[in-house]
Structure formats: structure tokens, C-alpha cells
Design a protein around this ligand. Structure first.
Ligand code: ZN
Length: 336
């Protein structure tokens, strides 16, 4: 789907300086026949150099990235920059404004709709614009996520491994430069697979990194710090903002997601009592949690066990659980 996007903006991406406007996403409704949905965009450009695309609010109820990018957009001056920084801190704006994972306009989950459609729903049109208009001008992508209301995550960075040897190398360089406490390689098989923003970037050969920085639809101060420092290290490492004041010597523990085959999903509806925390090292056979049956209190509660050795990367945040809900994901160390 490469037909021209209907989304427009007053920003001239080639102009030097710090400019702000919106991606103007046409949306015709009862109350606004010729209106558009406003997706805030800041473009900071100064001469030649790489372009980095920084996004948050892809899921609206994930906050560390949104705040980190608002702070960064306020701080960076055009004269600090070599190249171009595109900042979208509230990417799926209707979802951000509603405090939801998905857009209330069309129930669109932006990170499950790539590569999008030029003539699709508003969220599909947005995915198409990112893939067809923004990606072709972009050299690096950072899409900041957290667990949202249904998950609690250990603060970490993630990337897909890359489709070519060159791409694999550039992805490792980006993860190393970001310097999250933990860097995870994943194919996203327990999440969005090939439909995510960072998977779409990988398809175009652009080094792309995403994060998980906390969760529960609240702000983790630790996660916010990981986002702020990581983005700053990347901007400095690639020479885009060479004079940033940030500690560059962060070391990252490289791990891989163990995927959906060793994730734990609720086998039935119930109340979930977790017995492990994010960041815990667990062993195969270790008790993971207990499911209590609120609709049949005298029925024996169900013990769940970890199916493999690993570190807990995330756990379900709400107690009320239904069959199919992800309760735990695991990851393990890799050699680099
Ligand atoms: Zn997310």
C-alpha cells in the first residue's frame, strides 16, 4: 500500500530550525466535517547529518517515553544538532488523549497495524504515513513503549535481530549506544510479530529499537531515567547532538526473549496471585503463581509453574485474569 498519504503537515522537513506542528490526519465526523486529528510533531534540523525518528505514545497508556520526549523536545536547540530529529511524543494521539492502549476512534492498535493502509481507518492511515513518508527519510528509529495497564515490565530495550549481516551489526550498535540495563533480541512472537513499528523499520533496513520501561499505566521513575539517558546517549553516539551532557559508559546485559512457547498464559478465568517479580531469576518447575476461582470459591486453586529457566521480563499487572491473558514472559542471557 504505497499510494499517497492523506495525512499532511505544515512542517517543511528540509528547513533548518526547530519547528512544531501536527500530523493532520483527516477525520470527518458529525461534529467536524473537514477536521483532522492532531498528532504533535517536532522537527529539529540543522544541516547535514543523520535523521533520527523518536516516538512515544504508540500505545496511549505508556508514559515514560511520552514524558522523556516532551522534555527532550523542549531542551534541544536547533544549533545543538547535526542532522535532523523528528519527535512524536503522542504518536497515536487519540489513544494518548483517552489514556488507552488503542484509539477510541477506531479501536486501532497502532503497533499491530503496520504497514498500514493509505485509505484505511485513521490508525491504519497513521501506520502507513510512518512507513511510507517518515521511514524513507530516517536513519535510526527509537519507539518508546512500556507495559501499559495490563503489564508490568522490567525496564529494558528490545530490537529485532536484523535481516542482513549489516543490519544485525547496526542493531547491536544501536542497542549498545542506548545502554539500557538489559537489551533483548526478539522476533516479537508473543506480541505484535511483523505488524509493529520496529518490525516495519527492520523491513526497510533501518536500525530500530523499542523499549519496555515499566507499566500499570503509571510512571516508573527508573524507566523514565532509562528512556531519557538512552535517547541522549544515542543522539551523542551518532553525532546528532554531540555536546549532550550524558554518561556514555552504560553497560547492557544482552538477553533474548524466550518467546510464547515458555510464556505463561492464564488457562482459565480467575484471580491471579503472582509468586515472582519482574527481574527474578527463576527455574523450570518453580511455582509462578496461583489462580483462584472467584465463581467457584471451594474449587481447588490452580498452581502454575515456570516451564523453563530464565529471568522474568514482565508479568500481568491486573489481578483479574481471563483464559489467554499473558501472566509471565521469560528471557535468558546470550553471548554477544
Ligand atoms: Zn506498547
Amino acid at each position: 500500500m504505497s499510494a499517497a498519504s492523506r495525512i499532511w503537515t505544515t512542517i517543511d522537513f528540509e528547513r533548518n530550525g526547530k519547528h512544531t506542528d501536527y500530523l493532520r490526519l483527516p477525520f470527518s465526523s458529525d461534529t467536524s466535517a473537514y477536521g483532522w486529528l492532531p498528532i504533535p510533531l517536532i522537527c529539529i534540523r540543522n544541516g547535514a547529518g543523520p535523521t533520527v525518528l523518536l516516538t512515544a505514545g504508540n500505545h496511549g497508556d505508556e508514559y515514560e517515553g511520552q514524558i522523556a520526549l516532551i522534555k527532550l523536545a523542549q531542551e534541544i536547540k536547533a544549533s545543538d544538532v547535526n542532522g535532523r530529529i523528528l519527535i512524536l511524543p503522542a504518536l497515536n494521539y487519540p489513544a494518548v488523549a483517552a489514556g488507552r492502549r488503542v484509539s477510541p476512534i477506531d479501536e486501532g492498535n497502532l503497533n499491530r497495524l503496520f504497514p498500514g493502509r493509505f485509505d484505511g481507518s485513521p490508525t491504519e492511515m497513521l501506520a502507513h504515513y510512518i512507513d511510507n513518508v517518515l521511514f524513507p527519510m530516517t536513519d535510526l528509529v527509537i519507539d518508546l513503549h512500556s507495559g501499559g495497564r495490563s503489564l508490568e515490565y522490567l525496564p529494558l530495550a528490545l530490537a529485532r535481530p536484523g535481516l542482513t549481516v549489516d543490519n544485525q551489526r547496526s542493531v547491536r550498535e544501536l542497542l549498545t549506544a542506548f545502554g539500557a540495563p538489559v537489551s533483548v533480541l526478539t522476533d516479537g512472537d508473543g506480541g505484535g510479530g511483523a505488524t509493529t513499528l520496529y518490525a516495519a523499520a527492520e523491513k526497510r533496513g533501518i536500525p530500530a529499537l523499542t523499549t519496555e520501561l515499566g507499566g500499570g499505566a503509571t510512571l516508573s521513575p527508573v524507566g523514565l531515567g532509562v528512556a531519557e539517558e538512552g535517547v541522549r546517549r544515542v543522539l551523542k553516539h551518532y553525532g546528532i547532538v554531540p555536546n549532550l551532557d550524558v554518561e556514555m559508559s552504560a553497560t547492557s546485559r544482552f538477553m533474548r526473549s524466550l518467546g510464547r512457547n515458555v510464556a505463561i498464559y492464564a488457562p482459565e478465568n480467575g484471580l491471579f496471585e503472582p509468586l515472582a517479580k519482574v527481574g527474578d531469576m527463576v527455574e523450570e518447575g518453580q511455582p509462578a503463581g496461583i489462580l483462584y476461582f472467584y465463581d467457584n470459591p471451594l474449587r481447588e486453586s490452580l498452581k502454575l509453574f515456570f516451564p523453563a529457566n530464565g529471568m522474568v521480563s514482565c508479568r500481568r499487572f491486573p489481578t483479574l485474569s481471563a483464559r489467554g491473558d499473558c501472566l509471565y514472559n521469560l528471557m535468558s542471557d546470550i553471548e554477544i
